[in-house]
Design a protein around this ligand. Structure first.
Ligand code: AR6
Length: 180
């Protein structure tokens, strides 16, 4: 249904796409997981850019996203999206995760980018159940793509085998060919 969506397994920092999405925290000042990997690979220019955003607009609440240049990364820009911490499901986690994906897509589109790569936001340190999070990611992106044409390629970048299998299954159900 949406041939513009693809699954990749590996390190998101290596991708030469227009935008990679970071699973950030509200401070925007870095952390572990994919956030740490992105800051390490991008170099100090990324932290400086994040600090400037913080000075301008303060913290970035869960569900929101901001954009910065990408420092030394092969991507052109980084969108820092803050997912929810999983607290059992009764604290609007699903809506906040959906918002994080949708706001990242909107920012990419507003900046005229055409390709974007997402990590599995909230499914590491933040503890969101992987299957439920993958479903939200695929459904939110798919819904967005049915409404807007500008984004041509969306990559779901999975780090572990379980996440890769979950996304491949979901995209197959959507009628897409999962990537090798
Ligand atoms: N490329 C792609 N995916 C990755 C990479 C990578 N290089 N490294 C890890 N992952 P997490 P969260 C996967 O914990 O749950 C940070 O400290 C990982 O296997 O990075 O949203 C932030 O500063 C998992 O599937 O993000 C926040 O404080 C996914 O990326 C907090 O963690 C997300 O895991 C955010 O937690």
């Amino acid at each position: 249904m949406q041939p513009r969506m693809q699954v990749l397994q590996g390190d998101i920092t290596t991708l030469a796409v227009d935008v990679i999405v970071n699973a950030a925290n509200s401070s925007l000042l870095g952390g572990g997981g994919v956030d740490g990997a992105i800051h390490r690979a991008a170099g100090p220019a990324l932290l400086e850019a994040c600090q400037r955003v913080r000075q301008q607009q303060g913290e970035c609440p869960p569900g929101h996203a901001v954009i910065t240049p990408a420092g030394n990364l092969p991507a052109k820009a980084v969108i820092h999206a803050v997912g929810p911490v999983w607290r059992g499901g009764g604290e609007h986690e699903a809506r906040l995760l959906e918002d994080a994906y949708r706001n990242a897509l909107q920012l990419a589109q507003a900046n005229s980018y055409e390709s974007i790569a997402f990590p599995a936001i909230s499914t590491g340190v933040y503890g969101y159940p992987k299957a439920a999070a993958a479903e939200i990611a695929v459904n939110t992106v798919s819904d967005y793509l049915t409404r807007y044409n500008q984004l041509r390629q969306i990559y779901f970048v999975c780090y572990d085998d379980e996440t890769t299998r979950l996304y491949q299954r979901l995209l197959t159900q959507q009628g897409d060919e999962p990537a090798e």
